[in-house]
Design a protein around this ligand. Structure first.
Ligand SMILES: Nc1ncnc2c1ncn2[C@@H]1O[C@H](COP(=O)(O)OP(=O)(O)OP(=O)(O)O)[C@@H](O)[C@H]1O
Ligand SMILES: O=C(O)C1=C[C@@H](O)[C@@H](O)[C@H](O)C1
Ligand SMILES: [Mg+2]
Length: 265
């Protein structure tokens, strides 16, 4: 046999070997995903917590210890992190097929909570203010300054209509989303609204040094925040499917409360 033909033959043989391993991997991963969904169903029936960060840590340790050649530890760790990320994503698609819509006053923590929730649940994430900023190529401050509040509210309304059509997404709203009930109707079509409830003093302490909110520009004080909050309070409460009090709670505790309440609802 010529040398070139022999090399091709060897390569073909090794590729066939890889194809066999891939086939076995797919069979095993399919079984693993099916079992993940069985566990999810079981946990739901028994009311057990869905997330178990320690378990993920244990799986990485255990799977790495099965290696005969420790040289591949990094690859196994990364592979299992990805497998577990995809399992979490699949679980959240089953648990939260609709959207989780965060509402609340400026500084109530919608963006911060939304990002962590999206990461924990492996859900898509859209921040309405950022979406509008990107679409118009301007900051919220520039939009208010150049075109006025009405123009911003019109874009907010169109965005609520558009994002309301999504699935399995964390939607973080602007603080004024409740000013037009049509926005809430559109967002609730395929979503549960979660109100992050916060008092004026706490809001002030969180955002007093941030100059990016046009409605609070040159008016940053506990009294002014309280006044605006009182004007909007009933709109927030009416729009909320679930209310989470954020007082003295850290972001992780707020995320846990949201997930727990949604699962029981
Ligand atoms: N539960 C909390 N405890 C302590 N700090 C918090 C909490 N939630 C948010 N913060 C802090 O408050 C600030 C404002 O939070 P964030 O930007 O998430 O609010 P927001 O609701 O998205 O506001 P906006 O409507 O203006 O976009 C951030 O610095 C954030 O780290
Ligand atoms: O509460 C509001 O009316 C606003 C809140 C922000 O998220 C931005 O949407 C904008 O600054 C207006
Ligand atoms: Mg925000």
């Amino acid at each position: 046999m010529k040398k070139g033909v022999k090399i091709l033959y060897e390569l073909e043989r090794m590729r066939k070997e890889i194809d066999q391993y891939d086939k076995s991997l797919v069979e095993i991963i399919e079984k693993r995903l099916e079992t993940v969904l069985d566990i999810l169903k079981y946990k739901q029936e028994k009311g057990l917590p869905i997330q178990h960060p320690q378990r993920e840590h244990d799986v990485i340790e255990k799977t790495t210890s099965y290696l005969r050649n420790p040289e591949f530890s990094i690859e196994i760790q990364e592979l299992f992190k990805e497998i577990m990320r995809l399992s979490r994503k699949r679980q959240s698609q089953v648990l939260f097929p609709c959207n989780i819509v965060l509402i609340g006053f400026m500084g109530s923590g919608k963006s911060t909570v939304g990002k962590l929730l999206a990461q924990q649940l492996e859900m898509e994430y859209v921040d309405m203010d950022h979406y509008i900023q990107e679409k118009l190529g301007l900051t919220i401050e520039q939009i208010f300054e150049t075109y006025g509040e009405e123009f911003f509210r019109q874009h907010e309304k169109e965005t609520a209509m558009e994002l309301g059509l999504l699935n399995n997404t964390i939607i973080v709203c602007g603080g004024g989303i409740i000013l037009n009930n049509e926005n809430i109707v559109n967002l609730k079509r395929n979503g549960k609204t979660i109100l992050l409830n916060t008092e004026a003093e706490e809001i002030y302490n969180r955002i007093k040094d941030d100059k990016s909110r046009p409605l609070l520009k040159d008016k940053m004080s506990v009294d002014y925040i309280d006044k605006l909050l009182c004007q909007r309070k009933s709109l927030y409460l009416d729009a909320a499917d679930i209310i989470v009090d954020t007082h003295d709670k850290n972001i992780d505790a707020i995320c846990k409360e949201i997930v727990g309440t949604l699962l029981r609802s």
